[in-house]
Design a protein around this ligand. Structure first.
Ligand SMILES: NC(=O)c1ccc[n+]([C@@H]2O[C@H](COP(=O)([O-])OP(=O)(O)OC[C@H]3O[C@@H](n4cnc5c(N)ncnc54)[C@H](OP(=O)(O)O)[C@@H]3O)[C@@H](O)[C@H]2O)c1
Length: 337
């Protein structure tokens, strides 16, 4: 059983803790918040938490003997420093997406984790889900992709604060926010997983008064096709995503959590519809929680090592492309300076 400590007490941390507990591989053993009262309240939500460490000091949590692995779900720009501290204290870390503000930070964290012989995971939860992996397997058997159009765009209730002239974390360059970092990252993960590292990546976007991107369109160029991707945080897209093949179209109901995969084959006089999706888990974070625990528990396992190295390479590629797209479209964070 892995002893879990958490940083950040918003709803996503509850969702991860519930997934971790449901996986049967973790127990909650430490809660950090800037407010002890908040940390206590978070911990009280779970049963049998009497012995949990409750603290408003990061160092106390990171150096506690009763913690094996930390889940970090603070604002994006804090991930690097917090993960670095935790790794230096010898802990494994699961860092919410995007793991770092830019690729330099990400590469440094990966190198440090290697040096300290701990694991670092980016909580890109969708790539661990069964239906995402099904699409990956389907596409591995095909060399006839003609193009793709992927979408993930959702109105954020925090945009209301932007309209009032405020700067919530997720819309702030200080906290490495914006549409690409928050939602676009799911698309970038999907495109690189399914089609590989692009020859070029363009990002056209509209900036908000805060300086980050509110809505944008990416184009990834591959030798024989292009992938267009739409993301945004102040509009809702109801469009499915589509992957075009020489003999038909693969339709996905979503990218962040795929529930329906439909292949419509183009035959001479008829359409053939094939449904591929499996049932989705009630809590979408269970798959990643399990996958990470397997690597931590079997550090020398051949399959586990292979998976880990693939996730790390994918995270590096994703962050390199995202950093490139931001820099070429003048989205600069404090963390870049
Ligand atoms: N995988 C997913 O489905 C998913 C969904 C949502 C979010 N996320 C990721 O989770 C992370 C957190 O997102 P969020 O929307 O929850 O962020 P947030 O509300 O801005 O902050 C998360 C937590 O960090 C702490 N915090 C907030 N502002 C802080 C500051 N200025 N300095 C230090 N600590 C601060 C707070 O905890 P305390 O007050 O207790 O210290 C807060 O509960 C992001 O990386 C985001 O991308 C992932």
């Amino acid at each position: 059983m892995l002893n879990l400590g958490i940083v950040g007490t918003n709803w996503i941390t509850h969702q991860f803790v519930e997934a971790a507990l449901a996986s049967g591989a973790y127990q909650l053993k430490g809660v950090y918040s800037r407010s002890v009262k908040k940390a206590q309240k978070f911990s009280d939500h779970y049963e049998n938490q009497e012995e949990s460490l409750i603290t408003d000091q990061l160092e106390t949590l990171f150096h506690s003997d009763q913690i094996d692995v930390l889940y970090i779900a603070s604002p994006n720009s804090l991930h690097y420093q917090q993960a670095e501290q935790a790794i230096r204290a010898g802990k494994h870390v699961i860092v919410e997406k995007p793991m770092a503000s830019n690729s330099t930070e990400l590469n440094e964290l990966v190198e440090l984790a290697e040096e300290k012989e701990v694991f670092i995971f980016e909580a890109a939860r969708h790539i661990h889900e069964e239906n995402f992996k099904k699409v990956t397997s389907l596409l591995k058997t095909r060399d006839d992709v003609v193009g793709a159009n992927l979408t993930f765009m959702k109105y954020s209730s925090r945009y209301d604060a932007v309209l009032r002239g405020e700067e919530p974390n997720i819309f702030s360059p200080k906290y490495s926010g914006g549409a690409l970092m928050d939602l676009g990252v799911y698309l970038v993960y999907a495109a690189i997983s399914w089609f590989g590292y692009p020859e070029d990546a363009l990002y056209f976007n509209q900036k908000l008064t805060t300086g980050v991107d509110g809505i944008g369109m990416m184009i990834f160029r591959y030798p024989t096709f292009d992938v267009t991707m739409q993301t945004g945080k102040h509009a809702d897209s109801q469009l499915p995503s589509e992957i075009y093949l020489s003999d038909g179209t693969l339709i996905l109901d979503a990218i962040n959590s795929i529930e329906k995969i439909t292949m419509i084959e183009r035959e001479k006089d008829k359409k053939v519809v094939i449904e591929h999706a499996t049932d989705v888990l009630e809590n979408p974070m269970v798959a990643e929680a399990l996958a990470f625990s397997q690597v931590i528990n079997h550090p020398l396992g051949v399959e586990e090592q292979k998976n880990y190295q693939e996730w790390i390479q994918l995270a590096k590629d994703v962050h390199e492309v995202m950093t490139h797209m931001r820099k070429t479209s003048d989205i600069l964070f404090e963390a870049d300076q």
